[in-house]
Ligand binder design. Sequence first.
Ligand SMILES: Nc1ncnc2c1ncn2[C@@H]1O[C@H](COP(=O)(O)OP(=O)(O)OP(=O)(O)O)[C@@H](O)[C@H]1O
Ligand SMILES: [Mg+2]
Length: 234
Amino acid sequence: MLVAGDAGVGKTRLLEEVAGQAAEAGMTVVTGHCVDLGDVGLPYLPFTEVLGVLAADDRFASALAAHPVVERLLGAGSDAARDVDGRLRLFEGLAGLLADVADIAPLLLVLEDLHWADQSSRDLLRFLLARGVLRHRLAVFASYRADDLHRRHPLRPLLAELVRLPAVERLELRPLADSDVARLVRALEPGPLPDATVRRIVERAEGTPSTRRSCSRPPTRGPAGCPAGSPTCC
Ligand SMILES: Nc1ncnc2c1ncn2[C@@H]1O[C@H](COP(=O)(O)OP(=O)(O)OP(=O)(O)O)[C@@H](O)[C@H]1O
Ligand SMILES: [Mg+2]
């Protein structure tokens, strides 16, 4: 599932809800984050994080031992896959590992902020989904900021490919209606709020739920109290 939406619209929150319910249902939930590192980037960063979590879980020791090639991602940095053959072995190793892990316990892989994924992470995700990892007891939820995807953004061609795969769906989180932001603000505030204050918050929110705390309460983060990634805040 590709979860798209503007900054602050609630992608992470939705993924947290999904992850919580999946964990309650007995799934292993592993999250990998993409990070904005500019042009430098760190190869395979979200998958390195995922592997680190799997490697720390005794249940998956035998699965990891069966695919030693993936250890190159653990702390191997940019040397992880220098040549084409090495890359292919690495990709196949990870696909095999995820399938084996999913055989041991159903797995939910959460990939956050794909708009910041570097080339190697995009290639690996493309490979895994095209190779049919989703045929196993494995689900992937990946988020990205739709408003960050300018015309030449490198994630665009990958998304266009992925949505054509039968197992892949896309969910777009749209901004909330003003009336819903107003209801949210009033529901979250313990005391009554003047109408003018609610209107001011709604105007500034531009449909994102992320603004209500910082606008209706004293600042807790930074001079404006705006949560990171919430450009529409006060
Ligand atoms: N449905 C909701 N109800 C109440 N609060 C919400 C809801 N969705 C999101 N929020 C709150 O809004 C804030 C921003 O949400 P979130 O971090 O999920 O946005 P995001 O889309 O992941 O943004 P970014 O692109 O910056 O990562 C968080 O504080 C979150 O708790
Ligand atoms: Mg987020």
